[in-house]
Design a protein around this ligand. Sequence first.
Ligand code: SF4
Ligand code: SF4
Length: 306
Amino acid sequence: MRLDAAYVKHLAAVAGFSSCGISKAGVSSSHVEFLNNWLKSGFNAGMRYMQENVSLRENPALLLENAKSVISVVLNYFPAEQPTDKNFVISKYALGQDYHDLMKSKLQNMLDEIIKKYPEIRARVFTDTAPVLERYFAMSSGLGYIGKNTCLITPHSGSWVFIGEIICDAESDYDSPVLINCGNCTRCVDACPVGALSEKGLNANKCISYHTIESKEKTPSGIAEKVTNQLFGCDICQDVCPHNKNTKYSTCDELQLHNAVQNIVPEDLTEISNREFNRRFKGTSLLRAGRKKIIENFQNLKTENR
Ligand code: SF4
Ligand code: SF4
């Protein structure tokens, strides 16, 4: 079975994705080595799940028997409107609806159409939640390149993109990687307030984004001192990237500024229950950190940003 690549890309556009590319379902040994060195350095911090299932990451055939191709898609999330009246920052990816269900449903719609044309195909959809090297496959399929800020950088939407993929057992014509890169630029490395970026990748132990969203622990003092206005996440290494200037706004309604996020008053979160927090911010990525973490993050902000 061989996919009609143009038809698959047409389906991706119909599903609302910003772009789509197809690569072989294999990972280069150099990328595997990079990942293993990153793990050996302990740069995954408390994200222990990154250490698990390494073999699944290296070999998509362990996720889907006889995997041949990875259809990668990206979705621009850069919202047309952003909070301007706040002293604190919420990472742009979290200003709209949580992307997991949204991406999954778009991918599933796309796969349903693929199955209509190729009833024999076996395929699975993924977005962020499974051990898949998403940025690697997106890069391999010509959707962008992985910058020194470790984000996938696309020609049309910079790094303001969500990534998803369909791994399938059909072959296809494959796309070529893009030939752009960071060159001599080091703006993101220089701008990172905690020195989390290097040629060895992102050291999550230092990263403010990790500490204000993912980490279950209190932000360590050496890092907390560097926090200025980051309430939830940190976009500094993306904001300074020249590829992120002039990014077009997302056309996806669900990714526009969410009312509850726009109206968040961190001081008030101590006054409401977890249940009320979950009700108010239902469907947003703020639930990922939770009420307690956001209160703690707020207390870490510099006085003038509270
Ligand atoms: S998100 Fe912030 S802290 Fe993390 S690497 Fe980027 S600039 Fe540094
Ligand atoms: S800021 Fe410069 S070095 Fe960093 S990702 Fe963008 S282009 Fe690359």
